[in-house]
Design a protein around this ligand. Structure first.
Ligand code: FMN
Length: 353
């Protein structure tokens, strides 16, 4: 007998807050990249420009609070703290799946971030089993959302014994929805990445932005393994703990394949330097999940502080590479250790002397 979804969602929060739920191989790919420092940058900290845009709105920093909770008791506090963080930093915020709240309007009311931050840019959230237009409209109206995020999580469903098994027709349904919906639709993965073929179909069919939701951060196959009491499910989850397209690589390939697609990079970004790498690879904004969940479980002040740390790390990277604007960051990014090739040449020259 499968557990009710509200219980499952509560278990997700508990596991993410207390266990090691991330991929084990550091597989985001960001570690393979470095920035070339500028020893004496002609810059003042106060002139650094971190502004970013999404769906026609301008934000103070290129970060987005990834959708995590909605429709559970604790969601009211978590979303309040995250909403205050979003308002304080002028960044967009997503909510978690609104599936439970569609059946329980009272939870929809208490979990609504608008109660605490009426003007933030807010993303509604539903999964691929709820692509009916009327459900999507209700999710948007429930929180007066500015956009709707649809999450893709095929691998998580496959690990859940009670999860969906039939994904036929989803791409078609998503395309129909995106072409005929009053607010922008953003399609996001939750940690397994989006391949180029799927991304291209989605963007060509009217999806306004894509969030790569790549591998290397929170592993939703492993969370399902931890949640399960069944040995077989746990074995399966362990095998697929590191499944997916690494966030760094996914960002780079989607930027190359879809140069005009607004792109968010989420999945395993744990500091401002890594966020700077994601932006240099072509992301327009960087999404944060787990670090902000943990902070929001403490307080609004903690969420604001954690976000402050990300912004500060990004600005340190910008200044120490001589980049006043985010748009010029790509030229400072290099693969692997920046001096390795040159070092090799120098050492080779020496051995010949
Ligand atoms: C507790 C928790 C619940 C989540 N629930 C949702 C959800 O309901 N809908 C969704 O689109 N993503 C959900 N996510 C996924 C995040 O939005 C994000 O894509 C993922 O955690 C990867 O980012 P991270 O490595 O920074 O955590 C959830 C994440 C966490 C930690």
């Amino acid at each position: 007998m499968p557990e009710p979804i509200a219980t499952r969602k509560e278990q997700h929060i508990d596991l993410c807050a207390s266990q090691d739920v991330e991929a084990t191989d550091g597989g985001t790919g960001f570690a393979q990249l470095s920035f070339c420092p500028r020893t004496l940058p002609e810059l003042d900290w106060h002139e650094l420009d971190t502004r970013a845009t999404l769906c026609g709105r301008s934000f103070a920093a290129p970060f987005i609070i990834s959708g995590m909770t909605f429709g559970v008791e604790r969601g009211a506090i978590i979303n309040r703290n995250l909403a205050r963080c979003a308002a304080h930093h002028n960044i967009p915020m997503g909510v978690g799946s609104q599936r439970i709240a569609l059946e329980n309007p009272e939870l929809g009311r208490t979990n609504n971030p608008r109660l605490h931050a009426p003007d933030i840019f807010l993303l509604a959230n539903l999964g691929i089993s709820h692509l009916q237009r009327d459900l999507c409209m209700r999710a948007v109206e429930m929180i007066e959302a500015d956009a709707l995020a649809i999450h893709l999580n095929v691998m998580q469903e496959l690990i859940q014994p009670e999860g969906s098994r039939n994904f036929r027709g989803v791409l078609q349904q998503l395309s129909e929805l995106a072409q005929n919906f009053p607010v922008p639709i953003i399609v996001k993965e939750v940690g397994f990445g989006i391949d180029v073929q799927t991304a291209t179909r989605l963007f060509e069919n009217g999806v306004a932005a894509l969030d790569v939701g790549g591998q290397g951060g929170t592993s939703w196959s492993w969370v399902e393994g931890l949640r399960s009491a069944d040995d077989e499910t746990r074995q399966l989850a362990r095998a697929f703990r590191n499944w997916g397209i690494p966030t760094a690589y996914n960002t780079a390939v989607l930027r190359e394949a879809l140069p005009h697609c607004p792109l968010l990079a989420t999945g395993g970004v744990r500091d401002g330097l890594t966020a700077a790498k994601a932006l240099a690879l072509g992301a327009d904004m960087v999404g944060l999940g787990l670090p902000l969940l943990k902070a929001a479980l403490v307080s609004d002040v903690e969420a604001i502080k954690v976000m402050d740390g990300f912004i500060r790390g990004l600005k340190v990277t910008m200044l120490s590479t001589g980049n006043r604007k985010l748009a010029t960051l790509p030229a400072s990014l290099c693969l692997d250790a920046p001096y390795r090739d040159r070092f090799g040449q120098l050492m080779h020259g020496r051995s010949k002397q």
